[in-house]
Ligand binder design. Structure first.
Ligand SMILES: [Mn+2]
Length: 408
């Protein structure tokens, strides 16, 4: 390839659109039918194709490359809450973890109008800059399904005040500074399985025309898992693989040998940290009592259970300013759900024995809703015709912490 002193044109003949992060829509000169003519920036294209694709050179570079200019003010960490206020506490704690890692980059959070003023206040106090977005419906999702709105993630590409974004899920902790990823191109991520990347941590480059491209194909591209991860993997078939430590999944595979399990537990607990990022799969730490990882009490979720990783999350939580802790309180319904799972584990006499542990978490007693008598919710829990009308008609939560409110 030319040294980059002369401009070069690249002509591609293809019925599909060319890989959009190698040949960007900004660099498209003209398209006629299946002929695409680009005038690429040779320096950035060279940097990308020089990145290792094999398994021998996965490490991140020790030193920044001099030809790759970066401007910290145009770089940010970003996350998104798609209609999920239960992730507010996670996002607040994730922000804390980024600051504890020593990063000073902007923190940007995308929220839609289902996130209340109260919760917005907490996110801002934690350091997130709020961007209100119009959510994007996944046309292939069922109504009210978990993945109904997750195509809203495409709006990250509209954050054109920034050249580079490290996207992070709201359910992870940054234990060591990962700013070095700002030197990596779109898409940089860890491998999920085979040739696919995990979208929990990924580097992207905002661009309105890339956003448009993602939107243009929303009805035709089929996502293998029904989520944004599957969709993005269809579009960005070229991506740069980084070590698993930069998005380490809290997950013990069924096939993991005992040694491997022990190694993972050691990694979760290492202090000073060895892992850069822990990604909390399964039930989230803030939706459990702090006493133990509540994934233990659900048979199919036990593969996600780790008390060591759980404790680590709470340590970061506890290091946050006191005024942020109230965003991590448990709703009555969640307390009932946790107790229900615990009772099932007791009935099943689960051998890990976590269900025997007495809960000392003060959040058990703290109530910020009008309805605090969560035990009554258990009377009919699990019955097929059970509805939670008793709580649904109550007023929205009032942000008052009190363990003294009388039970109804
Ligand atoms: Mn996640």
């Amino acid at each position: 390839m030319s040294k980059g002193y002369h401009s070069v044109h690249v002509l591609l003949l293809s019925d599909c659109f060319p890989i959009p992060n190698l040949f960007t829509c900004k660099e498209l000169v003209v398209r006629v039918g299946n002929a695409w003519l680009y005038e690429p920036n040779l320096n950035t294209l060279r940097q990308k194709v020089n990145l290792p694709v094999g398994s021998c050179e996965l490490a991140v570079p020790l030193k920044s490359k001099d030809h790759y200019s970066s401007n910290a003010r145009r770089e940010a960490y970003a996350t998104i809450l798609h209609s999920a206020h239960v992730y507010v506490c996670g996002a607040i704690t994730a922000a804390q973890s980024i600051r504890m890692s020593g990063s000073t980059r902007d923190l940007v959070i995308l929220v839609d109008d289902t996130i209340s003023e109260y919760h917005r206040g907490g996110l801002e106090a934690a350091g997130w800059k709020l961007h209100t977005i119009e959510r994007i419906r996944n046309p292939k999702a069922e109504r009210d399904a978990y993945n109904e709105w997750n195509y809203s993630k495409f709006r990250l590409w509209q954050l054109t005040d920034y050249d580079k974004i490290i996207f992070i899920d709201a359910d992870l902790l940054i234990l060591r500074n990962i700013d070095i990823l700002f030197e990596m191109p779109e898409i940089t991520a860890i491998g999920n399985n085979a040739t696919l990347f995990n979208s929990g941590v990924m580097v992207i480059e905002p661009s309105n025309c890339t956003f448009q491209l993602l939107m243009d194909h929303i009805n035709e591209i089929v996502s293998y898992n029904g989520g944004d991860q599957g969709y993005l993997n269809e579009v960005f078939t070229w991506w740069h693989r980084i070590p698993k430590h930069m998005n380490f999944l809290k997950h013990f595979w069924e096939g993991d040998e005992e040694e491997k399990k022990e190694m993972k537990i050691k990694l979760f607990g290492a202090d000073p940290p060895v892992l850069y990022v822990i990604h909390y799969l399964g039930l989230k730490p803030w939706l459990c009592f702090r006493d133990y990882d509540c994934n233990w009490n659900v048979n199919i979720l036990q593969e996600f259970a780790s008390d060591v990783a759980h404790r680590r999350w709470w340590k970061v939580h506890d290091a946050m300013p006191e005024n942020l802790h109230k965003y991590c309180l448990l709703r009555s319904k969640q307390k009932a759900a946790l107790e229900w799972d615990r009772m099932q584990a007791e009935k099943g006499n689960y051998t890990d024995g976590h269900w025997k542990i007495q809960i000392k978490d003060s959040r058990l007693q703290a109530c910020f809703e009008e309805f605090c008598f969560w035990e009554s919710m258990l009377w009919h829990w699990g019955e097929t015709n059970w509805t939670d009308n008793a709580t649904a008609t109550l007023a929205p939560p009032v942000p008052i912490i009190s363990g003294l409110l009388p039970s109804l």
